[in-house]
Structures are given as C-alpha cells and as structure tokens.
Design a binder for this molecule. Structure first.
Ligand code: COI
Length: 357
C-alpha cells in the first residue's frame, strides 16, 4: 500500500534524549507515527506517516466504552556498525491478527503491518538508542473509532504505530525481581481473551498488581482461573522454571500469551542442552521444588522485559528464594544469547533478525 508522508514541521521536532541510561520504559516518543484506517465496505486505506500527536476522537468512539482494542510490542536495535534490525517482526504481525480475530476486528495484512513498522522505523532511525540494554520499542495498535453506543464491532478502525526509545522495563534492570503468586484475582479463563493482546487484560490486572506492590512485590504470577492451581503467566512476561537439566513453562492452552520471546527462549534453551517441557505446572509442586532447591532458577521473558531473573516467589504467605536468590547461570546465558543475536554481536543461526537499514 502506498504510504503518504506528511511533512514534519521544524516546530514539531522534539528535543532528542541526551542520556541513554535514563530512558526508562515507554516515557518518550519519537517525532512521527504511522496510521492507516479501515472502514466497512472499503477496507484499508489512507496510510500515512505523520507528525506524532494526539488524535481527535468522538467521545462515543467504541474503544472508550467497550475496549475494542489490541496491540503488539516489538523492538528495533542499532548495531555497532549502524545497521538497524528488527527481531522476528512477522511473529508479531501474525499474533496481531490472532488478537484481531478474537476481538472481531479486521485483519491487518501482514505486508501492511511490516511495511508500516519498517518505513516508520527507517524514518525515525536517529531515535534508535545503541547502548547496552537499550532499543526502540515499537507499539502497533488497533482501535475501534466508530461513534456509537450499541455493543457491536466497530465499522471504523485506526491501525497506528508509535515508537519509544527504551531501556530496561523494570527499574531493577537485570536484577532479580520478587513475585507474588496471586490466589485471589484471576487474569483469564478458558474461552476468554487471555491469549489476545488486548488492553482489557491489562486493565483488569491492575488491582492485583497494586496490592502486590503495596506488599513489596514487583509483579504477580497468575494461576489458572478455574482451579487456581496451575501457573499461567506474569502479565508482562511468560514464566520459566529451570531444573538441573530441564526448563519448564506453561503450555499455550488459550489463556496465556504466545510470547515471541517465549518461543525464542525455548529454542535457545534446547540448543543449550536443556530438555524443554511445556506442561501444566501445579503451584504446590512448584513451591515444593523451589523450597527443596530442585528448581535452580526462575525467570520471565517478554519483549519489554527481555529475560528477567526472578529471585523470590511468595505463595499463600510463604516467601521462598529461588536458588540463591541471585541471577542464575542459565538465565544469564539466555539473556546474553538472545540480546547478542538481537544486537548483531552473535551470529543469528535461527533467521530471527530482519535488517531494515
Ligand atoms: C511487551 O513485552 O511488549 C508487552 O507488551 C508487555 C507490556 C505490557 C509492556
């Protein structure tokens, strides 16, 4: 599709960040954004890259009332030779459409998704940070903008992409975080929207997250919504537990997100000689294995979170250190391998990186 480029006036150019170590996550946005519109009876059109700025939306727009919204998260990296590379963007394009289907939204053709991401990142390449642990976070989003109060799928949508130069997702950086196993609230149930990347899943996780923060924890680990017994995910991350010779993670059974980083970690762990098990994880058994030291390491994975070591798990009032509570060897190795491939320091034998500039 042809993308119209709307000129960026000098007075809309933002001051560039000066300190890459102070970027944090998702606080700063680049000069431009991509947008395309879908209308019933016409389909996709009016694709453009325009100055970053607020939308004017009707207060009755469906997204504001019934949360018809989906999003994605992926990253661009600047290599030491100046190359700009994306990590597995086609996986995000595919998952976007799985979310779209669940929320009765129109499919965004993979070519349009990738074209929008690539053209925008190319134009904004000066915003991609290059120091260790930084990247350009890419947030494709689809919202329902038809102004009507009846509960129904919208007949008008915006597909837009914004970019944010980022550092670590957690303030702790690559240091072990503390996780509370949530046994009161639930995130998803079979047949629900747990597998879709939709805003409502995150809105309904806020209460548990706040309560956990008050108790001194960084995140909650969700249990399945039916039995409150099987480990699911940590909102912004999929979870892994490493034993002596195997790595265990929850299966993709419809209520957790099919993480792009999750899939990559499973492949990397396999090449490191670990047996990989995707299976139901009973929280009581898991805690017993943490207590006895059989579980050597725990970590989460996500585009924003990358690989985040977990030092403490707390379930029903009992806090247990995982291993010695520090960053485990496998966690460190997986982090180094993954980020090494993403940043061009290690050879990409998997065909994961897509150089775009
Ligand atoms: C990501 O890792 O890209 C996510 O979307 C998690 C997020 C809620 C920050």
């Amino acid at each position: 599709m042809e993308i119209r480029i709307v000129p960026l006036p000098d007075d809309r150019k933002k001051p560039k960040y000066t300190d890459e170590s102070a970027l944090g996550f998702g606080k700063l946005f680049t000069d431009r954004m991509f947008i395309a519109e879908w209308k019933a009876g016409r389909g996709w059109g009016d694709a453009r890259i325009e100055p970053y700025g607020p939308f004017v939306l009707d207060p009755a727009a469906l997204v504001f009332h019934y949360a018809q919204e989906i999003f994605e998260g992926l990253k661009a990296y600047k290599w030491s030779d100046g190359t700009i590379a994306l990590f597995r963007p086609e996986m995000n394009a595919r998952r976007f459409n799985i979310s779209a289907e669940r929320l009765c939204m129109p499919e965004v053709p993979e070519e349009l998704f990738l074209q929008g991401v690539e053209e925008l990142v190319r134009m904004e390449r000066d915003w991609v940070p290059s120091s260790e642990g930084t990247s350009l976070y890419i947030r494709p989003t689809l919202i329902a903008v038809e102004p009507v109060l009846g509960v129904k799928p919208s007949e008008h949508y915006y597909f837009y992409i914004i970019l944010s130069p980022v550092g670590a997702y957690y303030a702790a950086g690559f240091n072990p975080i503390k996780i509370l196993v949530e046994d009161r609230y639930v995130r998803a149930v079979p047949g629900g929207t747990g597998e879709a990347k939709t805003g409502g899943n995150y809105a309904s996780s806020l209460k548990a997250g706040l309560e956990a923060k008050k108790k001194g924890f960084d995140q909650v680990l969700w249990l399945d919504g039916v039995h409150r017994r099987y480990v699911e995910e940590v909102g912004a991350m999929n979870m892994f537990f490493a034993y002596e010779d195997r790595v265990v993670t929850a299966p993709l059974a419809g209520s957790i997100l099919n993480g792009v980083t999750r899939g990559s970690v499973l492949q990397l762990a396999d090449t490191l000689g670990f047996r990989v098990e995707e299976r139901a994880i009973d929280i009581e058994e898991l805690m017993a294995d943490v207590r006895s030291g059989k579980v050597k390491e725990a970590f989460g994975s996500g585009t924003a979170a990358v690989i985040s070591p977990v030092g403490t798990l707390c379930y029903k009032g009992e806090s247990c250190s995982v291993g010695d509570g520090g960053v485990g060897q496998l966690t460190r190795k997986l982090y180094d391998r993954l980020t090494g491939i993403q940043t061009g320091k290690l050879a990409d034998t998997f065909g994961w990186v897509r150089k775009i500039a």
